[in-house]
Design a protein around this ligand. Structure first.
Ligand code: TNX
Length: 775
């Protein structure tokens, strides 16, 4: 009897236990798991671990702080203060266990019914294990306020994970626009979420010096601020008169820096400071003109400067004394092994004529000013290595001979990386083709103004720091990769987030995950749950990847314009209309390129599971008689700006205000002359020639456009001239030169555009033309 009672009591107990435990736990499938970057190995088991108020977090003695990344989330979203212990209880805990045999930064994560174990050899591994748990938890864990009715369950997985590269970096340019300490701290959190470990702060550039240096207070007092011209486009901000009040800017005090560095280190992130030299330093010269060759007083520029000729004097020893003193304070603040000294884009015209620099060239037996730059960097390298640090610089430091202990950051494509690694130097790959987050990430008409270029999410994902041309030996010198956010066109925090996320996630996977594990389709699914997380965190991430983009080509045979519609998400549909009607789930599904032979408005949108996602795409393609007709250049465009090449002028895609958009053909100094063969006598009404002006970038409208006509292609008669005199213009502007034609039927059309020649402000004169529209 007693036995029977005991038996039924224990049955009841079991039912209660099971009832409030196992059975009600979430049933996961493998598809519910979306960790970015993709872990090396993962085994999925049935079942789940449930977090509750009594779950204990266990770390080795004095290492409990690492648990904050998870603990703080539960405090905010669940309202629990999870207890941190240094020895494990019987069950219901997350345990960090040190295992010195583990790979650097790697971790093993084992989720069981009633316990979770993370094995790692130190801080970064533990952090990454915890970040993985965070990504296994419901997205609501990112909430900053209490959420109810959530089961904080995670699937029972076994993960073995470690990074492919040790340098997983992100550069933030805090000079062109200043980003305050809080934004930097928030960025560090985002890096940690993606298992990135390096934050490169671009602290010095022409437009602002951002770090307090006690010995040279004017660097920030003067160099940290500029005349506020934020209302004008970056490249159209005139040089202010000396003495104009400077109100725009900011800097980090040494206390701020200490806080940033300490916070980063608690998140497994090393902060690498960049102190530019010898160019990109007008802010320093504005503060201390004696640092330049001719000591001419200058202002901190408010916007773009090109070419950069106001640089440090390489002849005077006092320049090096100054830089060494600056670096001493910098090294005091940043424990980073690497100190970045810039080294990019110096135009050395002052060095050619400066008596001190000439003396230096002679005394050191240097061949030219390129070698003087190399002397400069080598001298800094000796100084840094005498302090136990490694000099890091942009790939220009290769020119004129690379300093022996230097590490190179390859940005002008991968060339610098190939060259440096071949010479046995370490490299960090950050080619502008895949890593420049100041470039556009979607259709330019739908995106905020950016530097130029084109870097959609899927292209970032293709980034591989090791390039095919590298030998195995060279590949060993690749420390990893990095994304760079230059901020000429990024004035606000919101905008910075928009340019950074989600592209940083794609880059994180490129530098963390094994090559075999990388798959765009798979990533594009996983990144969507990251979108949800970003949403919960209040991050202004870009949804550009959902935009429909077009690729236009012209078939010269049929004169049809073929329009391909594209979406980054391969698992989605595109629906479109060509008659101006609204898109619905019943609209035509896109399968193959659409041929267009008349002016047409295309509307298109990406659909996922029968629902529209992303913004509506709408574009009117204006058809005209010249589309696809053969064009011969009598005076050809410059190699650097070929636009869409042979058929570029007659491909219906008009150049935008962004002169890097791949449509503009450019002529430097000279005129344009081209001939269109209409292939048969054609009735003409008017001819429109499009041009762009952006004086800040040295691009000027043609002073004249003339159209000449001919029936036989030999004798031409002028049909009209449109003149336009030079006038100063601060913006970026488009203009149509329209030549009306009086009742003419003809076959050959010649268009001549006359270059301004020498602009009143000096320098060369570009002329940018796109599209000759024949109606
Ligand atoms: C080149 S990358 C630069 C930067 C600009 C960037 C814009 C490098 C070393 N120099 O100064 O901000 O292009 O994309």
């Amino acid at each position: 009897m007693k036995n029977a009672i005991f038996q039924s009591l224990s049955m009841i107990l079991l039912v209660i236990l099971v009832g409030c435990g196992e059975e009600s736990r979430t049933i996961f499938t493998e598809n519910d798991i979306s960790i970015v970057p993709k872990p090396l190995e993962m085994k999925f088991n049935q079942g789940a671990f449930r977090f509750n108020e009594d779950t204990k977090l266990v770390a080795p003695k004095d290492q409990g702080e690492v648990l904050d990344v998870l603990k703080d989330k539960f405090t905010a979203a669940a309202g629990w203060t999870l207890e941190v212990l240094d020895t494990a209880p019987r069950s219901n805990f997350v345990l960090l266990s040190t295992d010195s045999s583990m790979a650097e930064e790697g971790y093993d994560l084992k989720v069981m019914d009633n316990q979770i174990i993370i094995k790692a050899n130190g801080l970064n591994g533990f952090l990454y294990g915890l970040e993985t748990i965070r990504q296994l938890l419901p997205v609501a864990i990112e909430s900053k306020s209490l959420v109810n009715n959530i089961n904080w369950d995670i699937p029972k997985v076994e993960i073995k994970d470690s990074p492919r590269f040790k340098w997983r970096g992100f550069m933030l340019d805090v000079s062109r626009h200043f980003f305050d300490k809080d934004y930097v701290l928030a960025t560090i959190d985002q890096l940690a979420l993606l298992k990135m470990n390096t934050l490169h702060l671009h602290l010095v550039d022409d437009q602002g010096w951002r770090i307090e240096i006690k010995k040279y207070p004017k660097l920030t007092e003067v160099g940290g601020f500029r005349v506020d011209q934020e209302d004008k486009p970056w490249n159209a901000r005139p040089t202010p008169d000396l003495g104009t009040e400077t109100t725009y800017g900011g800097f980090y005090t040494q206390e701020d820096i200490k806080e940033i560095v300490a916070y980063a280190s608690s998140r497994g992130v090393t902060v690498v400071p960049e102190i530019e030299m010898p160019a990109h330093v007008m802010s320093a010269i504005a503060a201390y003109p004696e640092l330049s060759c001719f000591q001419k007083p200058i202002m901190v520029p408010s916007g773009g400067v090109w070419p950069i000729t106001e640089i440090y004097c390489a002849g005077k020893d006092s320049t090096f004394e100054f830089l060494e003193n600056v670096l001493l304070e910098v090294m005091e603040l940043f424990p980073s092994q690497y100190i970045h000294v810039g080294g990019d884009e110096a135009t050395k015209t002052n060095w050619e004529i400066c008596p001190d620099c000439k003396k230096r060239v002679a005394n050191e037996g240097l061949a030219n000013v390129e070698e003087l730059q190399s002397y400069f960097i080598q001298r800094m390298e000796r100084f840094l290595s005498s302090k136990g640090r490694i000099l890091l610089g942009w790939d220009e430091i290769l020119e004129g001979g690379l300093a022996p202990g230097a590490t190179v950051m390859s940005w002008r494509g991968v060339k610098g990386g190939l060259e440096a690694s071949e010479a046995g130097h370490d490299v960090v790959m950050t080619p502008n083709s895949h890593c420049y987050f100041d470039y556009y990430q979607g259709d330019q008409d739908a995106e905020p103004l950016a530097w130029g270029g084109n870097l959609p999410l899927s292209k970032v994902y293709q980034f591989d720091p090791v390039v095919d041309e590298m030998t195995a030996e060279q590949a060993k010198h690749v420390l990893g990769g990095q994304a760079n956010l230059w901020t000429e066109y990024v004035p606000t925090y919101d905008q910075a987030e928009y340019m950074t996320y989600p592209r940083l996630a794609a880059l994180a996977e490129a530098v963390w995950s094994s090559k075999a594990n990388r798959n765009w389709d798979d990533f594009s699914n996983r990144v969507e749950s990251l979108f949800e997380r970003y949403g919960k965190m209040g991050i202004n991430y870009a949804k550009s990847a959902y935009q429909v983009t077009t690729e236009t080509s012209v078939d010269p045979e049929s004169a049809a314009i073929s329009i391909a519609l594209k979406s980054e998400f391969t698992g989605s549909d595109i629906r479109y209309t060509l008659d101006g009607s609204d898109i619905t789930v019943a609209s035509e599904k896109y399968t193959t390129p659409i041929d267009i032979k008349k002016t047409t408005t295309i509307k298109a949108q990406v659909f996922k599971e029968e629902k529209p996602v992303g913004a509506l795409f709408k574009k009117t393609i204006t058809y005209n008689k010249a589309v696809g007709k053969p064009v011969t250049y009598l005076k050809k465009y410059h190699d650097s700006y070929q636009g869409a090449k042979e058929l570029g002028m007659v491909n219906v895609v008009r150049g935008s205000k962004n002169f890097h958009d791949g449509q503009w053909q450019g002529w430097l100094g000279g005129d344009m002359e081209l001939l269109i063969d209409m292939e048969s006598p054609t009735e003409l009404e008017k001819i429109t020639v499009g041009a762009l002006e952006n004086q800040g970038s040295g691009i000027y409208f043609p002073v004249q456009v003339e159209v000449l006509l001919s029936a036989d292609g030999k004798t031409f008669k002028s049909a009209g001239i449109v003149k336009r005199e030079y006038s100063a213009n601060n913006g970026s502007e488009l203009k149509n030169y329209v030549v009306g034609i009086k009742e003419q039927t003809t076959r050959y059309i010649k268009v001549i555009a006359t270059n301004l020649g020498t602009p009143p402000t000096g320098g060369g004169s570009w002329m940018f033309i796109d599209e000759v529209v024949v109606e």
